[in-house]
Ligand binder design. Structure first.
Ligand SMILES: O=C(CO)[C@H](O)[C@H](O)COP(=O)(O)O
Length: 222
């Protein structure tokens, strides 16, 4: 927990007055939202757009000024977590099921700052099952197409029912074991009709901040 918190706090230091800030989702993004709220209380003037209803609720509760997705055209900086980060700063995201909104934020952000603890760093992406958001309609056909790309897709469940994203879709967690070419897989998955988006974020992170339990951080920039 400490490692996630200090990575988050380091990223939040980079936020400046007047910025539009994208808020990520998950237990590391939670600390970023807490730290942003503390700076807002101290007078920082920003507006934020959230990647999930849970982050939006938290930000609202803590008094961070929010702007709806529909009203935003550019984002200065997004701070978000990740499930895996490789040496090229490519990512797997979506463990929390918010990958679609997270990728929309990432694609429109001048800077995407990823905050992780050291356990998220890997030599090769793929040990963490890749989350893929699919439309519920004809899900089995879509799952079969995803499987043909060389993985074992499993529908994510919550209380015995399909997990439903903030966008009303389902998530397939896809076991690839290793992903040799993340860039090409990211494109291939999105070409399957029925796939809405996938959790590969290739060449999108501007910086990755890794927090360690001893209180130090390491920053990697592309
Ligand atoms: O992509 C995400 C949510 O969709 C999260 O950023 C990712 O799952 C990491 O979460 P955590 O910070 O809790 O380890």
């Amino acid at each position: 927990m400490h490692a996630k918190k200090i990575a988050a706090e380091k990223a939040v230091e980079w936020i400046q007055d007047g910025m539009t800030v994208g808020l990520g989702t998950g237990s590391t993004a939670y600390w970023a939202i807490q730290s942003i709220a503390a700076r807002v209380k101290d007078g920082l003037s920003i507006r934020a757009v959230a990647s999930s209803t849970s982050s939006e609720d938290l930000a609202r509760e803590l008094g961070i000024p929010l702007v709806p997705f529909a009203d935003v055209e550019t984002i200065d900086m997004t701070i978000d977590g990740a499930d895996e980060v490789d040496d090229q700063l490519s990512l797997i995201k979506g463990g929390g099921g918010a990958l679609l909104r997270e990728k929309i934020l990432a694609a429109s952000s001048r800077r995407l700052i990823i905050i992780v603890d050291a356990s998220k760093r890997v030599k090769q992406l793929g040990r963490f099952p890749l989350p893929v958001e699919i439309v519920p309609f004809a899900a089995n056909l879509t799952l079969a197409q995803i499987k043909a790309l060389g993985c074992l897709p499993e529908l994510r469940l919550k209380d015995g029912q399909p997990f439903v994203t903030d966008n009303g879709n389902w998530i397939a967690d896809c076991r690839f074991r290793t992903i040799e070419e993340p860039g090409s897989l990211e494109t291939q998955l999105n070409l399957i009709p029925g796939v809405v988006e996938n959790g590969l974020f290739v060449h999108r992170a501007s910086s990755v901040i890794v927090g360690y339990e001893d209180g130090t951080v390491q920053t990697f920039t592309r």
